[in-house]
Write a protein that binds this ligand. Structure first.
Ligand code: C2E
Ligand code: CA
Ligand code: CA
Ligand code: CA
Length: 275
């Protein structure tokens, strides 16, 4: 049996029941995963477009599930958001990313992802400033990445939290730029220091002149707001050259490194060639 469209309900098929049970089990596992220390952060390098030197890392969460293996954040982050677990999990990410940043030299920034739900919390700026203090980190070592979805719900409240975070001196990046409910209005809020162009644009630019033109205007717009522009999902040397020549400042993608363990990231910082 096939699920009917919205509003034409329907009955509960066996497939749907299995799916629901599976989800429930995953949700229960997720609740325990923090205590059981099943999460870790991997770090993906960001390089300067000008000379390909390492400028920072983006922290990306990983869940090593005892029987399912690696569960993708694309799968469990939405679940964590719906159940409210994202609050605790988000605090853990902040703590862990600061701990890593404290080990690395000052010229290495560390970016972490925030869910829209975390920005509803008025306590978030406090959490961040306490973590910075605990690890004796300058605020500019840390970047927080948010997507345009933060402006969907309580956008006034979220904007206020973002402004307070910005006032601490941490960077705020607008992630996945171009994929959302775009968007130019958000740029004018004076909270973002960086735009991250989504990887789908970067790859599409290889075959599509209109996409190149879009990226071109994103870059010039960002520059007029004095924002840094990062291109994500750069996989080939051609992608790299194209983005660099379009004026993108920083590059992230498999070409320069997949997300890697803290240990390997530390080796990379120290110039050790790892495969
Ligand atoms: P994102 O923030 O847009 O992260 C970029 C995603 O693109 C990552 O997927 C990364 O592994 C992948 N990627 C990087 N370079 C390339 C490339 O060259 N080609 C391709 N095809 N992909 C590339 P990942 O790690 O699976 O994360 C997926 C999403 O999960 C992230 O998208 C982010 O929205 C979310 N996420 C990850 N970690 C966290 C976290 O700690 N907290 C929150 N709230 N969300 C997180
Ligand atoms: Ca991100
Ligand atoms: Ca992104
Ligand atoms: Ca994304």
């Amino acid at each position: 049996a096939k699920a009917q469209g919205r509003g034409t309900c329907c009955y509960f098929s066996a497939d749907m029941q299995n799916e629901a049970e599976d989800r429930l089990r995953l949700e229960q596992d997720l609740r325990q995963a923090l205590t059981l220390k099943q999460f870790r952060l991997d770090y993906q390098p960001l390089v300067s477009a000008a000379d390909q030197s390492l400028v920072g890392f983006e922290a990306l969460i990983r869940w090593h599930h005892p029987t399912r293996g690696m569960v993708s954040p694309a799968e469990f982050i939405p679940l964590a958001e719906e159940t409210g677990l994202i609050m605790q999990l988000g605090d853990w990410v902040i703590e862990e990313a600061c701990r890593a940043a404290a080990v690395w030299p000052d010229f290495i920034s560390v970016a972490l992802n925030l869910s829209a739900r975390q920005l509803i919390l008025p306590a978030l700026p406090n959490t961040v400033s306490e973590a910075l203090a605990r690890y004796k980190l300058k605020a500019n070592r840390l970047e927080l990445e948010v997507t345009e979805s933060v402006f969907l719900g309580d956008s006034e409240g979220s904007l206020d939290v973002l402004k307070r975070l910005r006032a601490l001196g941490v960077g705020i990046a607008l992630d996945d730029f171009g994929t959302g409910y775009s968007s130019l209005g958000y740029l004018n809020k004076a909270v973002f220091h960086k735009l991250k162009i989504d990887g789908s644009f970067v790859r599409e630019a290889a075959n599509n002149r209109e996409t190149v033109a879009i990226i071109q205007s994103i870059v010039s717009l960002a520059k007029s707001f004095r924002m840094t522009v990062t291109a994500e999902g750069v996989e080939t040397a051609d992608d790299f050259t194209r983005m660099r020549d379009l004026g993108v400042h920083q590059i992230q993608g498999y070409l320069f490194g997949r997300p890697m363990s803290f240990e390997r990231a530390t080796d990379l910082v120290h110039g050790v060639q790892t495969k």
